[in-house]
Structure formats: C-alpha cells, structure tokens
Design a binder for this molecule. Structure first.
Ligand code: ATP
Ligand code: MG
Length: 417
C-alpha cells in the first residue's frame, strides 16, 4: 500500500498533545470558573446543525456563509453544516427547547468550531471557542455584565494587560437603515476601487464592507461616513449607558467607530478585545448584542448579548502551559516486589496520588524514567525492604530518602498529593 495522504491531519486541524491540551483546559477551566460567578451555566449544542440555522442567521453575504462553512448533504439528504460559531446554535436551542419562559438565561459553552479559512498562525479550520450568551435582557446593563465577565476571564488568565477593549455601537434597526443608505451612496461612488467581494456586499449588506480585510477596500473605507452621525437618539442613549456602566466598573475601553462585527444579527453594542502580541490574528474575544436573532429564526422577540473567544489564541497569549501534576514513581526491584507494586499502586491511587509504575526495566532504567516524568518522589521496593514490610521513599528534588512502613505509605506520601 502506498503511503496515505490521509494519515496527515486535515489542513488547518491539529492534534492536541498533552502540553497543548493542558493549555486549552487551563483556558476553558478558568473561564468556566469565572463566568459561573456571574450565573452562567454550561450547555452544549450539537457540533452540526441544519445548514439553515447558520445560513439564515449569519447572513447570506457574510464571509462565513459565502466562503467558510463546512456543509454537506448527509446520507438522508439533509443539508448539514459543521458549526462555524455557537451563537446561532444556542439561539436554535433556546427556541426548540422552549426556554422563553425562563428568561433571562445565562449560558456558557466551550467546544470546537469549523471554518474553511486559509490556515495561518492563530487561524485554523477546526478551532475552539468559549463563549457566553445572556438571553432575554434588553437593557444596557446586560451588555456591561457580559463585557465585565470577559474582562474577568482575561484577567484571571493573566492576559488582560495585553489587550485593548475596542467598542462601538451598531445602533438599532432604524439607525442601521439610514446608515446603510449613506453607505450605499458613498460606496456607490467608489465601486471601481472596491474588491469584487465588496461589490457584492454593496447590494447585499454594505456594512460588511467596513469589515473587509482587502487593502484597497480599507483605503476607501477610511473616508466612509461614520455610523455615529446616523445614530438616532435612542441608540445614542443606549450606548451612553453601556459606556457609563463600564466606567463605573473601572473597565478601560477604546471607542472604535469603525468596528463592525462580521455577522448580520448584531445591533447596538459591538466589542472586541484585541492584542498586538499575536501578529495579524489580533482579536481574542469578541461579541455584541443580537436583539433580532431569535425572532429572525422564528422564535419570540427576545434580545440577547454575548461573546466568543478563541481558545487557541488565548492559550498562545498565556504562554507556557501550566505544568502537569507530578506523579510519584513506584520502582520495584525483583519479581516479588513487582507483584507487590501492582497492588500498592492501586492503593496509593485510591488515596489520591498520581502513580507511575513502569512494568519492566532494571533499577537504573526505572530511576531514569522517574526523572524524565518529573516524579516528585520515587518509592523503591526491593527484596530487603519487602522482607521488612517497608519501602524507601526518595524525595526527587532534595535527594533525601527514608524508609517507610508499607501500611503508613499513604499517610507519609500525603505531602506529595
Ligand atoms: P477574525 O477577524 O480573526 O476572522 P472573526 O470575526 O471571524 O475573527 P468571531 O467569529 O468573532 O471571529 O469569533 C470569535 C473569536 O474566535 C475570534 O476573536 C478568534 O479569537 C476566534 N476565531 C475565529 N476564527 C478563528 C479561526 N479560524 N481559528 C482560530 N480562532 C478563530
Ligand atoms: Mg473570520
């Protein structure tokens, strides 16, 4: 058989080996612990949904829908998409599980997302997100709460200082409509300089042009009308309350009138925590208000606000992964001791110790292994020790050792738990 290309991971996907997995668990575990303090409960939605769930909500002209979705017809002929993000899935869940009676609801999620993008540092085809959704609260205090929860998560991870909170408002429906008209007029005069993508966006959703990464587009965008000039008083008042709330909590932010989110369902507050520490992929946590989403999907008119953060990018920003828990190494010498060690290992694990037992090798090889796995202690059992009903415990950091009676091992080793 020839070597199979399929033995490579699919482009843009990665195996998470123990160090990386630990870094991910640190990010997810920290976030889970922090947002729980705010009342967010973890849920999980399926990693695939009917394509409609994403097509209708993310917007037919969004980058995700036009270019990035993994969609296929399954064996039953249903059109299925691997979730590119989780807000649409949570909204679908909110509707199909009939949660409208329970509002407000606060949900946290963590898991893999899939987007067919050009892989590069911080940009993968299977990546992981954590996120929160606060559904059922229309007031700006809700926006402040979710942003504060994001701040606390970044702070607990020790990366808040490396980020800037950029914030903007996309206004209410009426404001967006008058802004849309202004953009159509402006970009309509500059079609020659726009990328092909943006010319398509012009007719479908001109706001999206503001989010374009194309160089030429960006030059034209630089002089485009500002949203701030088209906001109605209600939208201005809403945004003022959000920023006032952030100030009350001492949360620093940088207004960015050019910030738009890539998806159709956003209104009012949009925000991103960005960093210069990760190169081109600078957004680590991003979100906003999505008051129209649940109704658009066929549910009751229910407001919502939330954010999602990239676990890979956060893990990179954190730097080195937290160390693995150190094991104690059992080092039996001789057949009788080896038999005893198997039973002893179970006993020690039952007491809460992480125990490593190599099944073969001489004393030298076993001690080498104990060093390589960074054991905190090694427990030597030879025939001599066994005849005395004892083991020699060596502290691997200090090198000191002492003989301990087998029945009191758990108690003695408590310091290594
Ligand atoms: P970008 O502008 O980097 O493409 P986005 O606006 O598409 O980001 P969101 O949909 O807001 O990203 O997703 C929230 C977060 O998820 C991002 O800020 C980022 O940290 C992470 N993320 C998004 N796409 C990817 C990807 N392909 N690989 C790794 N992380 C990603
Ligand atoms: Mg993207």
């Amino acid at each position: 058989m020839t070597k199979m290309a399929s033995l490579q991971p699919i482009r843009g996907t990665h195996d998470l080996l123990p160090d990386e997995m630990r870094a991910h668990r640190h990010v997810v575990g920290t976030a889970r612990r922090i947002v729980e303090l705010y009342g967010y409960e973890e849920i999980a939605t399926p990693i695939f949904e009917f394509s409609q769930v994403f097509q209708r909500t993310l917007g037919e002209a969004s980058d995700i829908v036009t270019k990035e979705m993994y969609s296929f017809a399954d064996k039953g002929g249903d059109l299925i998409t691997l979730r590119p993000e989780n807000t649409a899935g949570v909204a679908r869940c909110f509707i199909s599980e009939g949660l409208a009676q329970q509002v407000p609801v606060r949900f946290f999620y963590a898991g893999p997302m899939f987007r067919h993008e050009r892989p590069q540092k911080g940009r993968q085809r299977q990546f992981h997100q954590i996120g929160v959704e606060l559904i059922g609260l229309a007031q700006p205090e809700a926006d402040v709460e979710v942003i504060a929860a994001g701040v606390r998560v970044l702070d607990a991870l020790g990366v808040l200082g490396k980020t800037v909170l950029e914030i903007n408002t996309l206004g209410d429906h009426e404001s967006r409509e008058s802004y849309r008209q202004a953009l159509v007029a402006y970009f309509g005069e500059h079609t020659a300089g726009l990328s092909e993508d943006s010319r398509t966006r012009l007719s479908r959703n001109p706001l999206r042009i503001l989010d374009s990464k194309d160089e030429g587009d960006r030059r034209i965008v630089a002089d485009a009308p500002l949203f701030a000039d088209y906001l109605n008083p209600a939208s201005v008042a809403f945004f003022d309350r959000v920023t006032a709330g952030l100030e009350t909590l001492g949360i620093a932010f940088a207004p960015n009138p050019r910030l738009v989110r890539g998806l159709d369902y956003y209104s009012h507050t949009a925000f991103e925590f960005t960093t210069t520490a990760l190169g081109a992929q600078g957004t680590v946590l991003a979100g906003g208000r999505y008051d129209g989403l649940i109704k658009m999907m066929g549910g009751s008119d229910t407001p919502g606000v939330g954010w999602a953060a990239g676990v890979e990018r956060l893990a990179m920003l954190c730097g080195t992964a937290p160390a693995a828990r150190r094991p104690v190494a059992l080092v039996p010498v001789g057949a009788a001791a080896e038999a005893e060690a198997v039973k002893l290992a179970e006993r020690l694990r039952a007491s809460g110790l992480r125990v490593d037992l190599a099944y073969s090798g001489n004393l030298g090889r076993r001690m080498k292994r104990a060093n390589r796995i960074a054991a905190s202690a090694s427990i030597l059992i030879g025939d001599d020790e066994l005849s005395r009903g004892a083991a020699t415990v060596r502290n691997m950091d200090s090198g000191t050792q002492e003989e301990v009676a087998l029945p009191s091992l758990e108690e003695f080793l408590a310091q290594y738990r």
